[in-house]
Design a protein around this ligand. Structure first.
Ligand SMILES: [Zn+2]
Length: 116
């Protein structure tokens, strides 16, 4: 009986499932945009923030999953990294001068592992 109550656990699980399904479908070019759109809608409806690692890989224009070399290209310009979607030509820019790695990918972000 060491289960903790986590707010919005089911919604986070659904977002994670939809993101993984979108990753699988990107190679077949089927339903990937639809799954990403559903994940964004679940996050919006339940007022939950997407993890930044997920948010950085979803196109703002067409809500497609951005994978460099498959359906997006990444270029390093003078001071920023630019990722452009092939489907809608929408670009994202990340400043390289003040670039900080995603905190959730560092070791200090892991406090404990929760088993459901
Ligand atoms: Zn796009």
């Amino acid at each position: 009986m060491n289960k903790k109550h986590i707010a919005g656990k089911e919604h986070m699980q659904r977002i994670n499932y939809l993101y993984q399904a979108s990753n699988l479908m990107i190679k077949k070019n089927l339903l990937s945009t639809h799954y990403c759109n559903l994940a964004l809608n679940v996050a919006k409806k339940t007022v939950q923030r997407l993890d930044i690692s997920i948010k950085r890989t979803i196109c703002k224009g067409c809500h497609n999953l951005l994978i460099c070399g498959v359906n997006a290209k990444a270029r390093i310009r003078k001071k920023h990294l630019q990722i452009v979607c092939f489907q809608c030509n929408t670009g994202k820019k990340y400043n390289l001068k003040n670039y900080q790695p995603i905190w959730t990918e560092t070791l200090e972000a892991q406090v404990e592992q929760i088993n459901y």
